[in-house]
Design a protein around this ligand. Structure first.
Ligand code: COA
Length: 251
């Protein structure tokens, strides 16, 4: 599949999605959002893909935000459409995907870029990366789920401070806050992301999908996460993976 703003690569069962708009620090314009939807839809439905690593082209930026140039023409309705479309077709889709997605944060992850990383299941950052939600400097708030996911990941007090001050934080601070799982050197970033994903890929894929559904359900309004856990636990008993796993352990 050919994309204007994405590069797709494969190594074994890992698919890499690389946002490739380096001259604009990989900012998410409409085309990139549409292409991300297509790429993730294809990856989640490709039997040869076990998991996905998403990163930005070059060493400077993961993604420096939504494309600010496209905001100039928007009115209230246009803003709502932009946020709703992005949330449902990309950010929620990644979060609720059936395969593990790791963000390898190679540089600036700002605004929509940090929101994209937060929609992923696991985040690994280069020590040079900087993260923030600077939308209020533009007279906006985060619109791709940032107010919700940042609060879920680091707690209300820190989320309020990051969003209202618009300050960028370092990778080390993000690690201390629990915003990223690991911080490594720029050179080790992919190796670390691959090491984690390869370990997950050794596990039963249907159990991994069930774990994603169960963990996410606890953070959804009107959904009882404990009930979903029971349902997903029960479904696991109907899989060949479980029968093989138990018999291998017993032997
Ligand atoms: N949308 C559109 N274009 C962007 C962008 C964004 N979010 N972030 C960077 N770019 C573009 C710049 O306009 C510039 O394009 P040009 O060379 O055609 O003028 C190019 O990317 C390089 O960025 P530049 O600002 O020159 O790099 P820098 O090293 O001086 O600063 C940042 C880097 C990340 C601090 C700065 O680009 C920035 O603040 N970006 C916006 C971040 C933001 O507010 N994101 C949230 C959006 S809601």
């Amino acid at each position: 599949m050919e994309f204007q703003n994405l590069l797709i690569e494969h190594k074994g069962r890992i698919q890499y999605i690389i946002i490739n708009r380096e001259s604009k620090l990989n900012a998410l314009n409409k085309i990139t959002i549409a292409e991300l939807h297509t790429a993730f839809y294809a990856a989640f439905n490709d039997l040869n893909v076990g998991g996905i690593i998403i990163t930005g082209a070059g060493q400077k930026a993961f993604v420096a935000g939504a494309d600010i140039a496209e905001f100039a023409e928007l009115d209230g309705e246009g803003g709502a459409d932009l946020a709703r479309n992005g949330q449902t077709t990309v950010f929620d889709m990644i979060e609720n995907g059936s395969k593990p997605v790791i963000a390898a944060i190679n540089g600036f992850a700002l605004g929509g870029g940090l929101e994209l990383a937060m929609a992923c299941h696991i985040r690994v950052a280069a020590e040079t990366a900087k993260m923030g939600l600077p939308e209020v400097t533009l007279g906006l708030i985060p619109g791709y789920g940032g107010t919700q996911r940042l609060t879920q990941l680091i707690g209300k007090g820190r989320a309020m401070e990051m969003i209202m001050t618009a300050d960028m934080i370092t990778a080390a601070e993000a690690h201390q806050y629990g915003l990223v799982n690991h911080v490594v050197s720029q050179e080790s970033l992919m190796t670390k992301a691959e090491e984690i994903l390869n370990k997950i890929l050794l596990r039963a894929p249907l159990a991994i999908a069930a774990a994603i559904t169960a963990v996410n359900s606890g953070l959804k309004d009107g959904v009882n996460g404990f009930d979903v856990e029971i349902e997903e636990f029960s479904k696991c008993f109907q899989t060949k993976d479980l029968k093989e796993g138990i018999s291998a352990f017993l032997q």
